[in-house]
Ligand binder design. Structure first.
Ligand SMILES: [Mg+2]
Length: 190
């Protein structure tokens, strides 16, 4: 059984209703560009201003967010099995604090873009593995997009794709587990 389970946030634990197309439009980011990476190469002042604007958009989305069905009971169950729980997200720390506070989620370790290079850079996994003293195969990463699975594989951890009831459309994607919903999680922790 896994000793640690790390979740992506948006689209995995919470339906945050973030529309990246709208965000790009609002911040003047060309379609198809990665938001954080685009902002990172802007002049310092412009970058700071746009990151602040992005954070406001994310905080507003967090206020309107909903947890996916079954998340809280699952987290409680995993906690009762003494499995460490983490969040690894491209979102910022203030948003994670707001969401974990709003839904009273107990998470042992959170890694956000404020802590280091954002996903899909796999460096953030080092923090989970070192803090919890785990080997890669003892850690499961649950995410909702291709880049999550790819990032987990690069870090040498096990991966699960949360599909929210959909079937996998990308055949290159070979997660260790596929989760339709959180009442369908038990096959991952047998
Ligand atoms: Mg996501």
């Amino acid at each position: 059984m896994y000793k640690g389970i790390v979740f992506d946030l948006d689209g995995t634990l919470v339906d945050s209703k973030l529309c990246f197309r709208t965000i790009r439009k609002q911040l003047g980011i060309p379609e198809g560009q990665w938001i954080l990476e685009y902002l990172d190469q802007l002049p310092r002042q412009e970058k700071a201003a746009k990151l602040a604007e992005l954070e406001q958009i994310e905080l507003q989305a967090a206020r309107n967010s909903d947890l996916y069905a079954g998340v809280l009971p699952l987290l409680e169950e995993l906690r009762s099995k003494r499995i460490k729980l983490g969040i690894f997200t491209r979102n910022c720390s203030s948003v994670v604090r707001q969401i974990t506070g709003k839904f009273k989620m107990k998470i042992d370790l959170v890694v956000t873009r404020d802590d280091g290079p954002p996903k899909p850079n796999p460096a953030g996994f080092k923090k989970f593995l070192e803090t919890w003293n785990l080997m890669g195969h003892e850690l499961l990463f649950v995410g909702d997009v291709y880049h999550d699975i790819d990032c987990g594989k690069q870090a040498g951890v096990k991966t699960a794709l949360f599909t929210n009831g959909n079937s996998i459309t990308n055949s290159n994607l070979k997660p260790d587990h596929q989760i339709l919903g959180y009442d369908d999680f038990h096959h991952c922790i047998k």
